[in-house]
Design a protein around this ligand. Structure first.
Ligand SMILES: Nc1nc2c(c(=O)[nH]1)N[C@H]1C(S)=C(S)[C@@H](COP(=O)(O)OP(=O)(O)OC[C@H]3O[C@@H](n4cnc5c(=O)[nH]c(N)nc54)[C@H](O)[C@@H]3O)O[C@H]1N2
Ligand SMILES: Nc1nc2c(c(=O)[nH]1)N[C@H]1C(S)=C(S)[C@@H](COP(=O)(O)OP(=O)(O)OC[C@H]3O[C@@H](n4cnc5c(=O)[nH]c(N)nc54)[C@H](O)[C@@H]3O)O[C@H]1N2
Ligand code: SF4
Ligand SMILES: [Mo]
Length: 746
């Protein structure tokens, strides 16, 4: 673990300190954690499907990571039956044998002493963390009775599932079998939704995850907020370093000097919320100076003339007062992009829910890429491929006459996944029909959805809230029943049949046994199905029978997958030049510079700019992002990762700090426009951020007392995000619309 960390850290130059002291501490934690397991009680109670704890010596077991959703292939080392370390699987095209620091620190999830250990049921009021320990049978019987009652009184659609990640696949299957398609994840309406919709409207296809960005071959890379190097999606970061090492020109647009901005040829410290103005000015210049890829646009573009006419007013001089970026810098960067086309890639970003016009901003990014002529082209966007592994032949799901609950009257006409916030809204209003039960799996809705009070109001309307988690996160505090899942290193999950540069399939399998009475998701789903009378939807004896069946029908060897963790397929064409058909599944069959679909639905067919509301006097826009060693709100209980970074800081511009009499290291509280006050947070006074905003890392500031290690370390952005703007096109929740001021410690 030490080696792989050092390797990645040296390679990518993260902003974390990896000095010799923290390295030593890191190793020591690895050592003490072995003692922790011994103290944790007898192993092997749970269904890990192995007796590895009895084996002497070192075993290497392949699996894939779950510290985020990138799903890197990993190899876990088990020494004398105890988990030792996790490294990258060299066979895996995603990780190429190297994990990011979070992946390396994954062992901390297994050893976390704050883990949920047994099923729990509420003893008193919702929101009070008071529980009684129950058996699995008691918990599942209680849940099944409630679910049957809800079905009888309100129909099956009155149960909703929030589930993030591949771990929830069997639970999603259970919900569909039960009769509800109200299944959502924050990865759409709180994350990449507007981006995917913006790109779909333009090219007819999503950017998907892992993103189909050919960063490795880009000769000019433009990052608009995408803070690669802090945002640690493994393949992207590796390709980013490779591209930079090969001399790719880097342009970074960010109100804050991110790690990536530090490496840029051009850094544009934009006024937050004005990227659309910059994008329009860039496109205006490329078109008016005829610097764009004319052959490509002539061949593949639809509605280019109208588009060109619409963007005419948006000159660099017009954009200057909006963005704070000087016209000459706008010109220079547009020309730089044109110099390298078609191998100029404007990264589509991922967490796109910023200001409320996010689908249109993403569409502008899509159009700028189209002007480069890079879709289907090396150094731009490739066409991902995958293995053919058929789904398991389950019985058909019951038919429902009721549409999904989250988008009544198709208010957000281009939402192609369920909006979590739409479910929340319906739970409060009962419109278009009542929602009476939530199942929440692997998503901490208190930190993931904006406006915590709205989430709590919805919860108070429920007859049943079940939370499946690995630690007592904030959302578990609100549950009627808490079910403890085994962590990824202790369980099988569904196959990862990935869409990527090359086809492959990956297996997650248990490396060690769960230390207490934790169970894997597939087991929970199957047992609950049986109690609900839906056992025939889970006809396999156990998950291995399911996995082997799917592999066999694909003509692949399950035994080999267990041994190697990854089976790769034949390379396939990924660019137009290699034979990928150059068709665009849009209504016009072309790249839509002008969108009739949008026009018909009453939206701007070509993106327009709206000025963001400025901060009130004495307030600063609250911005947030990622730390290389943490994932969202899920890793602050992981001792290994906390050893590297155990609280967040608030970045405040040096001049502002001086004016407020603040210096780095001081503790303050942040107060937002609605009077909500954060936990204490350490000041980082720096020249590396604009004066009109502050920045914190998302995920800290836990207020669940049972997270003994994470409790009140740092401040939570989520708590301060009491306002959000809804994207009119797809219903996503823009969160960069909150402002904070400082409360000095007495
Ligand atoms: N280590 C780590 N990596 C992760 C994750 C994680 O939890 N931990 N999560 C993954 C996931 S699911 C996602 S979605 C991605 C999210 O990562 P990204 O998609 O890269 O980005 P965001 O978190 O939205 O953006 C944060 C950056 O945008 C800048 N920014 C804020 N406002 C503006 C603005 O108005 N204009 C511009 N141009 N920039 C602005 C901030 O200063 C910051 O640098 O990260 C992924 N990678
Ligand atoms: N304020 C604010 N909100 C945001 C963001 C932000 O930057 N700021 N980012 C947005 C983005 S981009 C995204 S993708 C979402 C992410 O939203 P989520 O995916 O909800 O992220 P987390 O907050 O990490 O919550 C994950 C929960 O899953 C639990 N968990 C971890 N491993 C397992 C497991 O193996 N099994 C089970 N059952 N549970 C497990 C964790 O303990 C934690 O409670 O948040 C969005 N919301
Ligand atoms: S990017 Fe890091 S945390 Fe995410 S799956 Fe890969 S190694 Fe794990
Ligand atoms: Mo995300």
């Amino acid at each position: 673990m030490f080696d792989s960390l050092r390797h990645t850290a040296a390679h990518d130059g993260y902003g974390v300190k990896m000095d010799s002291i923290s390295r030593r501490k890191f190793l020591k934690i690895g050592g003490t954690s072995l003692a922790l397991t011994a103290a944790a009680g007898p192993l092997g109670k749970a269904a890990a499907g192995s007796s590895r704890e009895n084996v002497r010596g070192v075993q290497k077991i392949p699996t894939f990571c779950d510290l985020c959703f990138w799903k890197c292939g990993a190899i876990a080392y088990v020494e004398d039956g105890k988990l030792w370390k996790v490294e990258g699987n060299p066979l895996d095209p995603l990780s190429q044998g190297r994990l990011c620091p979070r992946g390396s620190g994954g062992v901390g999830a297994h050893f976390d002493p704050d883990r949920l250990k047994y099923p729990l049921m509420r003893k008193s009021l919702r929101g009070k963390e008071e529980w009684v320990q129950v058996t699995w049978d008691e918990a599942l019987t209680f849940i099944a009775d409630k679910m049957n009652k809800i079905k009888a009184e309100h129909g099956p659609e009155a149960m909703a599932l929030f589930s993030h990640g591949i771990g929830g696949n069997f639970l999603k299957h259970l919900f569909k079998a039960y009769g509800s398609a109200n299944i959502g994840a924050p990865s759409f309406a709180q994350c990449r939704g507007p981006r995917d919709v913006g790109f779909r409207l333009t090219f007819g296809e999503d950017v998907a995850s892992p993103e189909r960005t050919d960063i490795r071959n880009a000769r000019c890379l433009v990052l608009i907020g995408s803070h690669l190097g802090e945002n640690m999606h493994n393949t992207q970061v590796q390709e980013f370093s490779e591209a930079v090492a090969n001399g790719a020109s880097l342009i970074v647009v960010d109100p804050r000097v991110s790690v990536a901005a530090g490496k840029a040829k051009y850094y544009l410290p934009i006024k937050p919320g004005t990227d659309m103005a910059l994008l329009l000015a860039w496109m205006n210049l490329l078109v008016s100076e005829k610097l764009y890829n004319q052959a490509y646009v002539d061949r593949y573009g639809f509605g280019f003339e109208q588009f060109a006419a619409e963007i005419q007013p948006y000159t660099p001089e017009w954009a200057y007062p909006e963005t704070g970026i000087e016209p000459e810098l706008i010109r220079a960067t547009a020309r730089e992009m044109a110099r390298y086309l078609p191998a100029t890639l404007i990264h589509p970003g991922r967490h796109a829910t910023w200001y409320g016009d996010d689908t249109q901003r993403s569409r502008a990014i899509a159009l700028l890429n189209a002007l480069m002529g890079n879709w289907g082209v090396k150094g731009g966007f490739y066409y991902p491929v995958s293995m053919e592994v058929p789904a398991y032949p389950y019985p058909a799901y019951p038919h429902s006459d009721r549409p999904k609950v989250d988008n009544p009257d198709n208010r957000y006409p281009f939402a192609h996944e369920v909006n979590t916030n739409g479910i929340r809204k319906a739970t409060i209003s009962g419109v278009p029909y009542p929602v009476k039960g939530w199942f929440v799996n692997a998503t901490n809705l208190i930190h993931a959805l904006p406006d915590e009070q709205e989430t709590i109001r919805a919860i108070q309307n429920l007859d049943l809230l079940v939370v499946i988690d690995v630690i007592p996160a904030e959302i578990a505090g609100w549950a009627d029943v808490v079910l403890p899942e085994s962590v990824y290193l202790e369980r099988f999950d569904d196959l990862n049949v990935e869409w990527f540069r090359e086809p492959f399939v990956a297996l997650r399998q248990p490396v060690v046994a769960a230390p207490h009475d934790q169970k894997p998701n597939w087991w929970i789903a199957k047992k609950l199905a049986e109690k609900l009378g839906l056992g025939h939807y889970f006809p396999w004896k156990d998950v291995e029978e399911y996995l082997a069946y799917r592999l066999n029908t694909a003509g692949l060897d399950y035994g080999r997958l267990k041994r190697e963790g990854i089976i790769r397929g034949e390379k396939q064409p990924v660019y137009f030049a290699e034979g990928v058909p150059d068709v665009f599944p849009t209504p016009s069959g072309k790249i839509e510079f002008y969108s009739l679909q949008l026009a018909q639905a009453g939206f701007d067919p070509v993106p327009k700019y709206t000025q963001p509301a400025p901060p009130p006097d004495g307030y600063f826009r609250l911005l947030f992002g990622r730390a290389p060693v943490h994932s969202f709100s899920r890793t602050q209980s992981n001792r290994v990762l906390m050893d590297m970074l155990d609280e967040n800081e608030v970045w405040i511009n040096q001049d502002i700090a001086t004016r407020w009499g603040l210096k780095s290291g001081d503790y303050i509280r942040l107060k937002n426009q609605d009077g909500v006050i954060s936990n204490r947070i350490k000041v980082k006074a720096t020249e590396r951020i604009r004066t009109d905003c502050v920045y914190i890392i998302h995920g800290f500031g836990h207020n669940a007392r049972q997270l003994t290690y994470a409790y009140q370390k740092g401040a939570s952005d989520a708590q301060l995000i009491t306002r959000y703007k809804t994207d009119p096109i797809m219903g996503g929740t823009a969160m960069n619309v909150n402002f904070v001021t400082f409360e000095l410690e007495a």
